[in-house]
Structure formats: structure tokens, C-alpha cells
Ligand binder design. Structure first.
Ligand code: PLP
Length: 404
């Protein structure tokens, strides 16, 4: 992997912050965007800005083709059987809200959903909102000391009212890669479908729906070198067919009259209104980018960064506490330094050009389970280097010395 070439594809990495070279370690929140994705956005605005699926004119057809080319590319990339199973949303959050709102209508008072304690708020609150409309009970899988799900507890939470499992593939705080295939098999053996929040998996590892056998899988483009405002809900066709529409409006109908409306076929049934077709077109370039570098190489590189950074942090920052030490873990390091507030650590790192995230990371129930209010999180992407890890450790040591 030619890391210098990769870095040169991301213009933002030339930026300075407080006069220091930017070291961007907030990739879990959003990753940076290579030139070819931005170029595609510009090209769409300059050459093919016309509403999709509605026009016979050339521009509209080109915009439609660009959007549908992305859909087909994603279908192939995640191993979906058909483009009917690939729904465009605004992101992971909207994808899960769509599932909760629509699939949730098929649930009944007294039904239960199994979640885990490590979920992002976007895989908790939509189910709670559903619970405000129907009496739905949420059952929560706990974690062990290293941040892995307690699979024994998971198995024990099923009963004859369990209607869904909703679980993240990779924790955005702990980095734990959950054994999704095994969890899906367990749920399916009891006839229960599984929704997977893949926001933190898809940028870092190969995911294949044929292998995982998940019933729903949600992710966001902006976390995988793509544009903002686009996400995907993959859903198995037989489930999507059973589900009522999520929102009403243009694009999602077959025929409308005041007496009643019939709906469009999949996937359009779930895509009301003008989609973000410009960014959807650009999303394809992000996948091409990942494919060009190679997902296996990206994963191996990030694994090196994770191992190196973890070892140095444990060795050189006295008393540091790292949350999540699962053997199978993605390149995310959440931590606290005793006596130093996470917010102050983040501020002092920023002053040295290092961008990390601080706070609860949209995972307050997990913070509660860990017995903390918040923490600092450094997370890596393909363009980060070992030299950046060195600079990060130097900056962190300085911050720790000042604060403790
Ligand atoms: N799920 C996980 C695990 C995440 O890390 C995030 C974002 O950080 C989300 C869901 C929400 O993604 P988005 O804000 O793109 O909808």
C-alpha cells in the first residue's frame, strides 16, 4: 500500500490546525473524502443535475443512471441478491428509523426486541419510539470485561415474544467486532430476524449478506470515504415486501387517487421524495476507491495502527484506561487518563493538531455500564500513519503531564 499516494488523494490532510499538520483521528465519527468523490459531486452539479426517474430528457436519464449504477454497485459489494433489497436513506440513523417505523408496524403489544448495551443511540431510540406507540419490551445483552457481548446472556433473552434482534456489527466505542454470523444463526434457529447496524463495519472489513445472512443491514456513506447525506438499508426482499411504506410522497407510489393509493415496487416503495442523487452518484466513487486500495490491505493497515497505538499508550501514559480490549477489534481506541477530564484531553490534543472525539459518543447506556461519563476516542482510517501515531502519543503525553 502506497501510503503517501493515498494521503495525496485526500486534500484535507494538507491542512494545518494551530499551525501544526492535521492528524485526523476522528474517523469513527466521519472519515475524510478522496478527491474523486468530491469531483463526482462537482461533476454531477455541473453536468447532470436533473431530477431522477421523472424525466425523459437526457440530463434526467443520466442522473437516474448514475443513481442506479450506485445501487447496483452496492448490491454487488455487499452481496445482496437483488437491487430491490438496496434502499437509499440519509444514513444509518434513517435506515434504522425506517426499519423500526415500518417493520415495527408488524409487531404487537407485548412483543420483545433484543438489543445490546453497546448500541449507538440510533439503534436504541428508534425502538424506544416504537415502544411509545406499542408496548414493546427491550431486552439488553450485557458485555464482559474486555467489551465482548455475553453470548450466554444473549441466548437466554429469547422467548416466544422475541420479534427482532438489533445489534451493531462493530461498536463505535469499544471497537469490538461482534460475532454477527453466529448471532444471526442463533436468532434464525428461533425464527427471529436480525437487524445489523453496520455503520462501523463497512468502512473497515468485507461484509457479505450471503455469508452473514442478516435480515437488515444499515450503514452510512460518510464513514466510508463517501459523501454526507447518504446511507443504505439492506433488507431481505420477502421482509421488505411485507412491510408498509415508511414515508409517503413522490417516487414511492404506483397510482394515487383520493380513494386510495397503490405503492411502487421495491426499492422505490421506501424512497419517497427526491433522493440525494448527487451524493448517491458520488458514493459509487467511494466504493471504487476502497476497491482500488483493497479492503484486505486497508484492514491490515488499520490493524497495525491499532496494535502500535495501543501498545504505546499502555506503556507510556501512566494509569491510562482503555475501554474495549476484545481480541477481535476494529481500529478504535476509547480511553481516559485518571485525573484528567476527557474534554480537556481533547482540547489539548486539538491545540497540537490532533483531532479526536470526546464525550459519550452517542452511547450513553454503554457509558453508564462502564461507569464513566465520557471518554476520549481516537480512531483510524486508511490514510493514517505510524508517524501520526507517534505524534499523537507525544501530544497525549504532553496533555497528560499538563492535566495530572
Ligand atoms: N451506528 C453506529 C455504530 C455509529 O457509529 C453511528 C455514527 O457514529 C451511527 C449508527 C449513526 O450514523 P449516522 O449519523 O451516519 O446516521
Amino acid at each position: 500500500m502506497d501510503i503517501e499516494k493515498i494521503r495525496s488523494d485526500f486534500p484535507i490532510l494538507e491542512r494545518k490546525v494551530y499551525g501544526r499538520p492535521l492528524i485526523y483521528l476522528d474517523n469513527t465519527a466521519t472519515s475524510q473524502t478522496p478527491r474523486r468523490v468530491v469531483d463526482e459531486v462537482v461533476s454531477m452539479y455541473y453536468n447532470a443535475k436533473a431530477n431522477v426517474h421523472r424525466g425523459v430528457h437526457t440530463l434526467s436519464q443520466e442522473a437516474t443512471e448514475a443513481q442506479e449504477a450506485t445501487r447496483e454497485m452496492i448490491r454487488a459489494w455487499i452481496g445482496a441478491e437483488s437491487v430491490e433489497e438496496v434502499i437509499f436513506t440519509r444514513g444509518t440513523t434513517e435506515a434504522i428509523n425506517l426499519a423500526a417505523s415500518s417493520y415495527g408496524q408488524l409487531m404487537e403489544n407485548g412483543d420483545e426486541i433484543i438489543l445490546t448495551v453497546m448500541e449507538h443511540h440510533s439503534n436504541i431510540v428508534p425502538w424506544q419510539l416504537l415502544g411509545m406507540r406499542k408496548r414493546i419490551m427491550l431486552r439488553v445483552v450485557p458485555i464482559n470485561k474486555v467489551g465482548e457481548l455475553d453470548l450466554e446472556a444473549y441466548r437466554s433473552l429469547f422467548n416466544d415474544r422475541t420479534r427482532l434482534v438489533a445489534v451493531c456489527h462493530v461498536s463505535n466505542v469499544l471497537g469490538t467486532v461482534n460475532p454477527i454470523k453466529e448471532m444471526v444463526a442463533e436468532a434464525h434457529s428461533r425464527g427471529v430476524p436480525v437487524l445489523v447496524d453496520g455503520a462501523q463495519a463497512v468502512p473497515h472489513m468485507r461484509v457479505d449478506m450471503r455469508d452473514l445472512d442478516a435480515d437488515f443491514y444499515a450503514f452510512s456513506a460518510h464513514k466510508m470515504y463517501g459523501p454526507t447525506g447518504v446511507g443504505i438499508l439492506y433488507g431481505k426482499k420477502h421482509l421488505l415486501k411485507m412491510m408498509p411504506p415508511y414515508q409517503g410522497g413522490g417516487e414511492m407510489i404506483d397510482h394515487v387517487s383520493f380513494e386510495g393509493t397503490t405503492f411502487a415496487d421495491l426499492p422505490y416503495k421506501f424512497e419517497a421524495g427526491t433522493p440525494d442523487y448527487v451524493d448517491i452518484a458520488a458514493f459509487r466513487r467511494a466504493i471504487e476507491y476502497i476497491q482500488g486500495v483493497g479492503m484486505d490491505d486497508i484492514a491490515a493497515h488499520e490493524e497495525d495502527l491499532l496494535r502500535y497505538a495501543t501498545e504505546r499508550m499502555l506503556a507510556e501514559i501512566p494509569g491510562i484506561e482503555i475501554y474495549g480490549m476484545a481480541p477481535y477489534k476494529s481500529a478504535v481506541i476509547s480511553f481516559n487518563i485518571p485525573g484528567a477530564h476527557h474534554y480537556d484531553v481533547g482540547m489539548l490534543l486539538d491545540k497540537q493538531g490532533v483531532a479526536v472525539r470526546t464525550g459519550h459518543h452517542c452511547a450513553q447506556p454503554l457509558m453508564h455500564a462502564l461507569g464513566i461519563e465520557g471518554c476520549v476516542r481516537a480512531s483510524f482510517a486508511v490514510y493514517n500513519t505510524l508517524a501520526e501515531v507517534d505524534a499523537f502519543i507525544t501530544a497525549l503525553s504532553r496533555a497528560a503531564a499538563m492535566l495530572t
